[in-house]
Design a protein around this ligand. Sequence first.
Ligand code: G6P
Length: 372
Amino acid sequence: DAVSLGLFDHYMQKETFEQPEVVANTLEMVSGAQSISPQLFGASALELFPKITNILILACGTSYHAGMVARYWLEDVAGIPVNVEIASEYRYRKSVAQSNTLIITISQSGETADTIAALQHAKELHNGLSAVTLSICNAPESALTRQSQLKFLTRAGPEIGVASTKAFTTQLSSLFVLTLVLAKVNGHLSVAQEADYLKQLRHLPAAMQQVLLLEDQIKPWAKAFADKDHALFLGRGIHWPVAMEGALKLKEITYIHAESYAAGELKHGPLALVDEKMPVIAIAPNDGLIEKLKSNLQEVRARSGELYIFADRDTQIETGEGVHVINLPDHAGLLSPILHTLPLQLLSYHTALERGTDVDKPRNLAKSVTVE
Ligand code: G6P
């Protein structure tokens, strides 16, 4: 491959540790500025964004999870209703098109066949309904950017590991910028709030660097996971899609069967799976749902499930019998999903090393799926 591994053993490892830098690159035009503007997404965004009344996000795999996270931001901060659809399903579904929709495709490659077809299907359905198309993409010249009116490029650089890492966190960073721009256009963002969010974005790469330092604490967990057959990932709210992404990473590169659940759904089924053999990974940010999550985790302990919790320091969740805790820094507010993604990538990476699987080229998977 043209991209050198440098001091790293695998591309996935290199790409995981590149994340602070590529997120900084992606945010370059944004975080240095005093204020943000729709033109970050293309010259015509200034005129097009104010008409948007709803959003449709189309993507596959990890990019779909980025869309799931973005839904929480866009509804919460910008006040716009959002639908997130798996592209391969959407393209064959007879859905009801609304007017003034912002149709967003998210893709690392810009060449995923299902996402391209979903965009074409969406354009046909929204014909005459004043839709606007936007692609969030890592490939400047790709089918998706060419077929969209607006674009925002993630500057992740080449991603070689099949399991996506830096593409995901740069997508999330871009989608947060989009959220701020649309919130501003809609009058949902005060000057003070805008300045505060820009400050948080400037600090984000350093905060990511801090979280990557947890690697040594994660390695013993990976050893414990290496002989497991199943794992359950739990999160709530905006961290539920982060749990989905954590489970996907584990499946992709370790071949351990992993499921993700919104923790409030435990009682409706997955609790039946929990016993002492089932490791349960929980994402525990100190947000408004933390008390709810804590009681969900007690339900797991009551069935002898072994808990592995990534907890913000200010949650004060303590290590105990059957409860392992790795602390992240204090809660990072709306940017928390980006930080909580990192230890899950490292957990999968080190578990794959323990199991001796092919980290960068897992069996049966392709980096870019350009056929249906
Ligand atoms: C493949 C890759 C995934 C990726 C998905 C969507 O399945 O292995 O890592 O998330 O395609 O790819 P895209 O390029 O559209 O983001």
